[in-house]
Design a protein around this ligand. Sequence first.
Ligand code: FUB
Length: 446
Amino acid sequence: MKSTMKYKRLILWFTVLFVSFGEVYAQNPIIQTNYTADAASLVHNGRFYIYAGRDEATITGRWYHMREWRIYSSDDMVNWTDHGPKLRPTDFSWASGDAWASQCIFHNGKFYWYISAHHKELKTKAIGVAVSDSPTGPFVVASEKPLITSAMSSSRGGFSEIDPTVFVDDDGQAYMYWGNGVCKYVKLNKDMISFSGEINEVKIPRYGEAPWLQKINGSYYLSYSSNSPSTIEYVTGPTATGPWEYKNRILEIVENCVTSHQAITEFKGKWYLVYHNGILPEGGSFRRSVCIDEFSFNPDGSIPMIKPTKEGVRQSVSKLNPYKRIEAETMAWSEGVKAADDKELGVYITEINNNDYIKVRDVDFGKGAKNFTASVSSVANGSIELRIGSVDGRLIGTCKIEKSAGLQTWNTVSCKVQKVKNINDLYLVFKGGDGQLFNFDWWKFK
Ligand code: FUB
């Protein structure tokens, strides 16, 4: 009897240790407030941007349900800001739906966002382009006609024309690769929204979809997904059009998902693999989640096999300044809450219930904070507890929130905080009674 008790206590102790370890270090998936997939990365002016489709399939859904592409960004690789939905298939007059994979690139002062969506007349997938002056939009559809359709191509499968990747070479020539089953490319014209010449088909071992073309140290790297269930593999070549030499696999089949759609990007001197899996609760192949893991090239320039981790990016590449307005949708991790969008307000955090929380990593309090302010709209009395280091760590302040005229009435609430100095992880822990408590737009310390 005594030894059973001892055994149970041991299990409990290990459970507590494991749960808190997971919570402190979990960083993947990088977005917990929505299901996200097919992330393409772009680095611009010291920020890492993610352009991703949002998975909206129901838990029993057996196919993709994707109505929008959203943008996320970070300057530290651990806290991600949700910029909201910035493009929809329905923005393209020829498309009826399906926000399939996309990539945004920066060229000659403009941001070109290449997308794949469903062509309503051809009833196959097609590729279109939208343009903006800013990485977060607004994006305007570049042409009334799609850039690539199945009618232009020899392989006319239902979703042959998907997953565009665009790369601009040193001589200014832009190439677009794409395709499911067959990998194809064209040379884009200077306008970046039309092409000249043939649609070329490329033979690549085990090619499935999701091409990603880049030049690294003088060599061209073309990574891609193999057939479903997907692994990620890559070839290299001496030019942007090959000839391609098969190298190796860099990512095995991911957890709980048949696709993984990669992007590979350098940021502040470190290399990152962006991919998706199905590990968020109730996730799966049609409720996917974007993850990021860091890697280093082998000395011979090859990409190693990359191990997907739940810990994700361990070290931030800069610290967060809490003395400027921080959007509530900027976070390293969250439990329970969701992101919502308002035309005037932009993105805010909603579905906040008792004990839900947001974690913000590596907050640099410097010499010390004394006061906390937040913008909230409330349907119940509640509070935001400010804790340091963990969800039940040192309580430095409690900001009371009184029931207001409803979720459309925004108020600024403030509270005193015990002096907190230097770099800490901040937990905003929400407290109140049963049901939804309040919406949350931004916060800042003084
Ligand atoms: O998200 C729909 C499709 O699944 C993408 O276009 C493919 O790359 C695969 O991830």
